[in-house]
Structures are given as C-alpha cells and as structure tokens.
Design a protein. Structure first.
Length: 180
C-alpha cells in the first residue's frame, strides 16, 4: 500500500523491492489457477505534474491446468509494468489521457500495489497452456473423416491453391501439359 502523501514528499520517488503474497486475492478472482509462488516486485513510484507514475518489474511462477489434459503446468513469468494514476482533483488538466484510458483515477489516498499485481497477472494468463509433451505432440493436429484442424499457415497455403484451381484458365493448363 503506497500512500499519496508519502509519494508527494519524495521528489525522487519511493523505491521498493519486495516479495508479495497475493495468492488469496488471485484465487478469489480466478478459481482455475492452481498455485502462485515467488511473486517479487522491484520498482519505483513517483509524482510528476499531477500524475503518479508506478513502474515495476513483476516476476512470478504461476501454475495453471493444461488446456488439453488439465495436468498442472507451471509458467515462470517476468514483465515490466507501468501504470499512471491521477487524483480526482486533477481530472480536468488531464482529461485527454482519461478519455484514452491511459490513466487510472484514484479512489482513495493510496495506491494498492497488490491490486495492480493481481490485475497484471490475470491479464498475462495465456489462452493456451500446454505441458512439454503436449507441445511436442501439438505438431500433429487432430483430424477425422472429411475434416482436419489446420494451422493458419496451412490454411493460407490451401486457400492459395484453391484460388489457382478456380481460375478460368485452370482447365486449359492441362491441355498445355499434354503437348510437352
């Protein structure tokens, strides 16, 4: 928890390097998460012309169920976060930034670092989580009778081939092949 009054007192900003326990808050917001460990934030917050600039390096180990087998998969993440906050009294002077969703409006006289951490972990959860074995096997996509799953690249190649076949001169091509 970072108090606004303390941040304003320090022109060079307030630096921090700490381990955080946000597991309970994270589980409340996303019950599919299996575990969260080694959450560490290293950064700084400072006041600059009506804006509070929060910058930090966030690193953690997140355990999620595999998208295919539901086996536990641990992902180590590290990301740089930069967030801008503004007090309600300064809204008029930075209205364009608010309209563009570039700043967050403070509700209290504090910035909740743990809330920022949880939000950014949730935003970084990948849509597809696979074990190492599933990643290796993912080269072979499922197929059945008269259907197959294609990668985007495979789809583009297939689409180009069909376009070539559907040209008005495609049937004439066979005539020229016989003469050689």
């Amino acid at each position: 928890m970072l108090r606004i009054s303390e941040i304003r007192k320090c022109p060079e900003g307030i630096s921090f390097d700490q381990a955080c326990d946000v597991k309970k808050k994270l589980f409340e917001r996303d019950p599919q998460i299996l575990d969260l460990e080694n959450v560490r934030v290293v950064g700084n917050i400072q006041y600059d012309t009506g804006l509070y600039v929060l910058t930090y390096q966030l690193s953690y180990d997140l355990t999620l169920p595999s998208s295919r087998s539901l086996e536990a998969v641990t992902i180590s993440e590290s990301q740089i976060i930069e967030e801008l906050f503004i007090e309600p009294s300064d809204l008029a002077s930075h209205q364009n930034m608010i309209d563009d969703n570039l700043v967050l409006v403070l509700r209290d006289d504090k910035i909740d670092l743990e809330e920022s951490i949880v939000d950014n972990i949730l935003l970084a959860i990948p849509l597809q989580v696979l074990t190492d074995e599933e990643k290796k096997a993912s080269q072979e996509l499922p197929a059945g009778q008269d259907w197959a799953v294609l990668t985007e690249e495979q789809y583009q190649v297939l689409k180009e081939e069909k376009q070539k076949e559907n040209t008005p001169f495609a049937s004439l091509q066979e005539l020229f092949d016989d003469e050689s």
